[in-house]
Design a protein around this ligand. Sequence first.
Ligand code: ATP
Length: 231
Amino acid sequence: VASDFVLECRGLHAGYAGAVVCRDLDITVRPGEVVALIGANGAGKSTTMLTVSGELAPISGEVSVLGSAKRSSLSALARRGLSYVTEERSVIMGLTSAENLRLAGVSADAACEIFPELRALLKRPAGLLSGGEQQMLTLARALCRNPRLLLADELSLGLAPQIVERLLAVVREAADRQNLGVLLVEQHVRQVLEVADRVYVMRRGQVMMEGTAAEIGADLDAVQRAYLAPV
Ligand code: ATP
C-alpha cells in the first residue's frame, strides 16, 4: 500500500535532457526510517534527490512522495510535508538567526529546543555564523515545520566531524520523535552508518547494493573498494 511509505521510487530513470543518469532505481522510505544514499562522486545521488523533490522530472518510472504518485513542484510538496535541505547555506546572511526563523514562521524557542546551541546565536547575523552553525539553523528551521519526509543532500559537506555527528544525531532524534522519514546523501559513511536504518549503495546511476546499516557496516571495507572508490 502506498501509504506505508513516505517515499517510493519504482523503476525510476532520472537525468537531464539527453542524459540518463540514474537507471531503474527502487528506493523506499517509511515513516520514522532514516535511509542513506551513499556512493562515489557522480554516482547520481543528487540527481535522485532532485527528482524525488520535484525539481527534476523523472525520465520514466514511478516516484510516489507522501502518498501521491502525481508529479508536484517542490513548493507544492513542501506544503504537504516535504523538506529538502542541501549543503548550500540557505539562510539569509544579512538577517539574524532569529529573523531567519521568524521569516519561516518558526519560533526561536522551538528551534532552540532542537539545537540549544542556537540560543546564544539568535541575535547574530546568519552570515557571521560558522558553516556548522548555519546548518544547525537550517536543520532546526526545517524540523520545526514538522515535515513527514526530509531529504538531506550532503547537509554536512565540509564541516568538522563533531558537527557532522551532531547534525546526524538530531536527524535521528527527529525521525524517532516525529515519525519523520529521512533520505540522506552523505560522504561521511562511517558516521552515517551510526544513525541510518538502511543504506543504498549507488554507483554509476544504479543501486548496486542495499541493506541494513549493520549489514553494510559489516562489509564496509569491501563496499568501499567495490563501490565508493572514485569512478
Ligand atoms: P556528487 O557527490 O559529486 O554530487 P552525485 O552522486 O550526487 O555526485 P550527481 O550530481 O547526481 O552525482 O551527478 C551524476 C551525473 O549527472 C554526473 O555524471 C554529472 O555530470 C551529471 N549531471 C549532473 N548535473 C547535470 C546537468 N544539469 N546536466 C547534465 N548532466 C548532469
